[in-house]
Design a protein around this ligand. Structure first.
Ligand code: SF4
Length: 317
């Protein structure tokens, strides 16, 4: 098991000033870089904690790190490489990019970037763009077929390269959005887990950014000046339902800061006996002797240990 350490919560912000003279500019650059270092330390701590909590990385692992050219995957690779330097276990990282042949894809950016980092890498070329365009009628969302094709190629590449793990750049917001997407549109209480086996049972998928917020990642990516490749080259719009969920969460977070974090914490504290799934909890076989986390207190006013501006008193009859 690997423990990479924890960092204190990040409370700073990358400060941007409009410098009016050279002294100010020098001071600003220094402050920005100090803040960036703090943010890096914070993100490394978050990733280290997620790796530890879910035992994501073990000695001898070969990890295929999927890099799309977006802010999340650049951050993932960067932080994993930093942690690799001081990890008490040895693991190998291979960065991978899938060139899906979207028109205008700048194919030199990622190989150049990987070379500059000195990381082992593999670029896989596969024209999934044409397949998707051919199979999906104009105006329909192409993402589900595209992701399925991409998944198959990633698994195949992991096998070819002898990678036992696949690291993806999904973060806490992605995981919470998926939970709501499945709940509101799919009728399932299911999100995106920090760690799972692939559907062909050949690899373990890990999401080391599980404890990182999208905001911090975006700030880090801006500060690091990653060569971002736009994600709309295929011309597809973001899935409408996912877009709605994103807007809903952003609105909640604006009005009641910390809600996304609270939902994520809830995902780590599920109480099957207080839901309604017969497969997760044997309600039919329930007797007075069945052990439960807590008994039924439905007649009490719930104590909600949530800080923030949400009204805390919940009236019950
Ligand atoms: S946005 Fe384009 S490249 Fe990304 S999953 Fe959807 S169809 Fe594929």
């Amino acid at each position: 098991m690997l423990f990479l350490g924890e960092a204190e919560g990040f409370s700073g912000k990358i400060r941007l000033f409009f410098a009016v003279d050279r002294d100010n500019r020098a001071r600003t650059a220094m402050e920005t870089s100090n803040t960036l270092q703090k943010l890096r330390k914070f993100l490394e701590g978050r990733v280290g904690k997620a790796i530890f909590d879910y035992n994501m990385i073990e000695d001898g692992d070969t990890i295929l790190v999927c890099v799309s050219g977006g802010k999340d995957s650049y951050t993932l690779l960067n932080i994993l490489m930093a942690l690799q330097q001081r990890a008490p276990v040895k693991f190998r990282l291979i960065a991978m990019n899938l060139d899906q042949k979207q028109p205008g894809f700048p194919e030199h950016i990622l190989p150049d970037y990987f070379k500059s980092l000195g990381v082992e890498y593999r670029i896989v070329e596969a024209d999934t763009y044409s397949i998707v365009k051919e199979k999906i009628p104009e105006g329909k969302t192409t993402c589900s077929l595209c992701s399925r094709l991409r998944r198959g190629i990633i698994y195949r590449t992991a096998k070819e390269l002898g990678a036992n793990k696949i690291a993806l750049g999904h973060h806490r917001d992605d995981m919470v959005h998926t939970l709501f997407l499945n709940m509101l549109f799919g009728g399932k209480l299911k999100a995106m887990p920090p760690k799972l086996v692939t559907d062909d049972r050949a690899h373990v998928v890990i999401r080391p950014l599980a404890y990182c917020s999208e905001k911090d990642i975006a700030r880090f990516a801006r500060g690091m000046g990653f060569p971002i490749i736009p994600c709309n080259l295929c011309g597809s719009q973001e899935n409408l339902q996912r877009q709605k969920i994103r807007e809903m969460m952003e609105d909640w977070d604006r009005r009641y800061p910390g809600r996304t974090e609270a939902v994520f914490t809830a995902m780590q504290n599920i109480v099957p006996s207080h839901l309604a799934d017969n497969a997760a909890f044997d309600f039919r076989g329930l007797t007075l002797d069945t052990p439960v986390d807590e008994g039924d207190i439905a007649f009490d006013t719930p104590e909600l240990p949530i800080s923030g501006t949400i009204p805390l008193s919940v009236e019950t009859a």
